[in-house]
Design a protein around this ligand. Sequence first.
Ligand code: PAF
Length: 281
Amino acid sequence: MQLERRLIGVRAAVRGLRSDGGTVALVPTMGALHAGHIALVARAREVADYVVASIFVNPTQFGEGEDFDAYPRTEAEDAEKLEAAGCDLLWTPRPEEVYPTGFSTTIRLTGVTEGLCGASRPGHFDGVATVVAKLFNQIRPDYALFGEKDYQQLALIRRMARDLDFEVEVIGVPTVREADGLALSSRNAYLTEDERARAVALPDALGETAAAIVAGDDAGDAIIAAKAKLFEAGFATVDYIELRDAETLEPVETPERPARLLAAARIGKTRLIDNIAVEMG
Ligand code: PAF
């Protein structure tokens, strides 16, 4: 696996990969890789001839007081995992390669970014959209893979690619979970043993609520019960539990089209997010 830190180098490396006419898939990450990221690489290998992964802890998507400085940085281990997973090229840009002096451009989406994490993390999705647009321009991938775990992020990237005519197919990959159902996340590393044990209440509550809605229960009542369950389990705050249209992310009361139940809640100092499909039979 080749590793590049300079834009000029990664562009030449991608040209080299493409020289036999093969296709390229991009797996953008912020490192601290776990099995969820490796599932993205595995899917990328199925859809494209060559896989490029990026590792960049993007400062513009962290708000004030968020965990930019504390975010786990494990580049050597990450590179080993990517190589073992069959990644061809690793792009780990220096910050100045991504944000040169005087950088003045921000991509902001409306609609899909409103509410949910867009409400509790102001500016976060501007940072995500801007860096992903840059990664698309840097690598020019045929495919780009993102986890469904960050469902609102996936929705906004699909929308941005369509709106701005990026020639890339955005592919969502199902969330990888621990044996008890907790979604894998780099931020799970912040959980104490006790918090980790309690955190399973989040996927449990989502699963029960989705099942209740599919069975015909009122979504509003089911969501109130889910919030109570999280507080009972020791969650300190619940930023949101909401039922949204699976594609547009518009609020939904009774799902007639595929919907998604999305949640964010804090246990101790850690903010966890998760989501689950709600599809009427
Ligand atoms: O999901 C992530 O790890 C990040 O938000 C992404 C897509 C790599 C952009 O920095």
